[in-house]
Write a protein that binds this ligand. Structure first.
Ligand code: GLN
Length: 380
């Protein structure tokens, strides 16, 4: 058949490629972002309980009320916002579906969407498959700060949506209050929507505050927030997340969601609703991952890699300038095959393949595995 691809430039995601390469070569997999440690046995027991007690049929399309209520309670506690669980929260198949459904609901042919690169790799294809036009704004190492003047120059009457992500994958940078103020000023009086990818909300370090758009009335009015249970409770394979947005936006997102996934795994929703009742289970994550970051930094401090600051997420960037002049895709493959540690090349997160000779390590691993990886990394 003669297929005119809607996504001619898209191949297989770098996460799938590098994880497969890690498995093929028996390398330690610090590439794709997922923990190698177990889900809390209490949560596993809850899932088991709800499967055994036959909570196994379709969940309501928007998610079970108990889980949406538990999420609303959590957001009130964390960000001081009263969210209506019936009209503003929808359970999704991971944050990736939340992002996809939001973009599909809002972006029409020719609409422009501002993204900040390096950007998570699902944004651009989701925009393009909906005939939108990505307008990337390039951020540069080592601090990846946003040039707000450039954002002002890029916004025009076709700008439909601005997508951002804090704490930021892959760079580990976080938005400051000043960034939020700039965004508020730029969007004020416009019809521009904001898609805030906050899947790493609990992975923020050194006492920093997570700048959720949920904290700001005027921003929230135009916002869609994507969140993830996979990242929060070490269960990326469960594919369960949620999207929060004001009622008018939520109702459009649900139109897409219902014909995309219809509804999400029911026993998991019941288990998570119960599990969320103890705030300590998510409030302790900063400390937990910060100590992993510190252990990893300390273990590779004598390597020839130059580490970039990591203020959030479970990713750490490192420059290999001075080690090799290979491009980052080749270097990541070389690391996997010859050093025994799989990593992600950062050019995969730029539409123009910008290559600053930087790779990403994922440190969501047991301390033993991190130390083992560090001893291989320091030999490079
Ligand atoms: N979010 C994870 C990462 O950045 C990967 C998710 C995926 O493989 N789709 O590594």
């Amino acid at each position: 058949m003669n297929i005119t691809s809607k996504l001619p430039e898209v191949g297989t995601t770098i996460f799938t490629i590098m994880s497969k390469m890690a498995a093929d070569h028996g390398a330690i997999n610090l590439s794709q972002g997922f923990p190698n440690f177990e889900v809390d046995p209490i949560l596993k027991d809850l899932v088991n309980h709800y499967i055994q007690s036959d909570h196994n049929q379709y969940a309501p399309m928007v998610g079970i009320p108990e889980l949406r209520q538990a999420i609303a309670k959590k957001k009130a506690l964390l960000y001081g916002r009263d969210i209506d669980p019936d009209q503003e929260i929808t359970i999704t198949n991971g944050a990736t579906e939340a992002i996809y459904s939001a973009i599909s609901a809002l972006v029409r042919s020719g609409d422009e969407v501002i993204i900040f690169e390096p950007a998570y790799d699902s944004y651009v294809p989701a925009i393009q498959v909906n005939s939108g036009v990505p307008r990337p704004i390039r951020l540069k190492s080592p601090d990846y700060k946003i040039d707000w003047e450039e954002v002002r120059r890029t916004v025009n009457e076709r700008t439909k949506l601005i997508i951002f992500n804090t704490p930021h994958n892959p760079t580990g940078s976080i938005w400051s209050h000043e960034d939020i103020e700039e965004l508020r000023a730029i969007t004020k009086g416009t019809d521009i929507f904001v898609l805030s990818d906050e899947v790493y909300q609990h992975l923020i370090y050194d006492g920093a505050q997570h700048e959720s758009v949920l904290r700001y009335d005027d921003l929230y009015r135009r916002s869609i927030v994507a969140m993830s249970f996979g990242k929060t409770f070490h269960a990326t394979g469960w594919r369960i997340g949620y999207v929060i947005a004001p009622p008018d936006i939520t109702s459009e997102i649900r139109k897409v969601h219902q014909f995309n996934t219809f509804s999400i795994n029911r026993p998991l929703q019941h288990a998570l609703a119960d599990y969320l009742n103890v705030p300590e289970r998510y409030l302790s994550l900063n400390e937990f991952f910060q100590s992993k970051r510190d252990l990893f930094v300390d273990a590779i401090k004598d390597s020839r890699f130059k580490l970039l600051p990591c203020r959030g997420t479970y990713f750490m960037l490192a420059s290999y300038q001075g080690i090799s002049d290979q491009d980052d895709q080749s270097f990541a493959r070389w690391m996997t095959k010859s050093c025994g540690v799989a990593v992600i090349p950062i050019s995969s997160f730029y539409t123009d393949d910008t290559d600053e000779h930087i790779i990403r390590f994922c440190f969501a691993k047991t301390n033993d595995l991190l130390l083992e990886a560090a001893s291989l990394i320091t030999k490079v």
